[in-house]
Design a protein around this ligand. Structure first.
Ligand code: GLN
Length: 247
């Protein structure tokens, strides 16, 4: 019997705009496929062994305040988190969680919020917040091509990794270069809240398939398709309402 452990990192601090809905979506989509799953919440002070068993890792968003609190706790799990990422464990890191994977976040008042430095990039606070609906064209070759979400961040991220997608509507990483998010191995970093996964079943399945392939060697043909009529109705409605500039 296949079993997948979804690990939610520090949900008491990393959970802006209902990011915990991502864990629920993954859990549901696994159970609809008759795959056993658990959602494990990894709290402050938790034993590191728990993390080692993760098959999918989630980091939600956080305000600057929580990011500062979290950094020293995250340092304790840096090496194991890095090992898991390098080993191809799928990771979804949202906004503040995404920023924390980089070297540092320099806030608008010049304070340095250190990041884990697992990925080599920086985030800078600049004047004005980037807020609103965010629609991108994904770079993972997934259908539908669009990904929809909501963003609210002061930090601007600049990096040279592959991006999660190209901005159609909204700001993305920095509001300047039309780049949104980051892809590294099976890790997705993104500014999309919402939560992102319920309205983007193709992204949820990308994470699930990556986890099943890594752990059980399953193939695309063996990966059961689900009926996503309702999820995609919500998705396309948002694209129709807010993605007009592009279409
Ligand atoms: N603290 C970060 C910023 O404002 C992230 C906010 C978030 O996670 N929405 O840039």
């Amino acid at each position: 019997m296949m079993f997948i452990q979804i690990l939610n990192l520090f949900p008491e601090l990393l959970n802006l705009y209902g990011d915990k809905g991502n864990a629920i979506t993954l859990f549901k989509r696994l159970s609809w496929r008759n795959i056993n799953a658990t959602i494990t919440n990894f709290h402050l002070g938790e034993k590191i062994e728990v993390l080692k068993k993760a098959d999918i890792i989630l980091l939600g968003g956080a305000s600057d305040f929580e990011e500062k609190i979290l950094f020293k706790h995250l340092l304790g799990i840096k090496s194991i988190l890095q090992e898991l990422i390098e080993d191809g464990v799928p990771v979804l890191a949202i906004c503040g969680g995404y920023q924390l994977l980089g070297n540092a976040y320099i806030t608008i008042d010049g304070q340095e919020v250190k990041g884990l430095g697992i990925l080599d990039f920086y985030t800078f606070g600049e004047k004005g917040r980037l807020i609103g609906n965010l629609i991108i064209k994904n770079n993972l070759g997934l259908e539908p091509k669009t990904v929809v979400g909501f963003e609210n961040h002061g930090g601007r991220t600049y990096h040279n990794y592959n991006t999660f997608g190209t901005v159609i509507t909204g700001f993305g990483n920095n509001g300047k270069d039309k780049k949104e998010g980051l892809i590294y191995k099976n890790l997705i970093g993104t500014y999309m809240h919402g939560p992102i996964l319920p309205k983007n079943p193709h992204i949820a399945d990308y994470l699930i398939f990556s986890a099943l392939k890594r752990k059980f060697g399953i193939t695309k043909e063996e990966f059961k398709k689900l009926d996503d009529t309702i999820e995609l109705r919500a998705h396309h409605k948002i694209v129709a309402l807010y993605g007009r500039k592009f279409f």
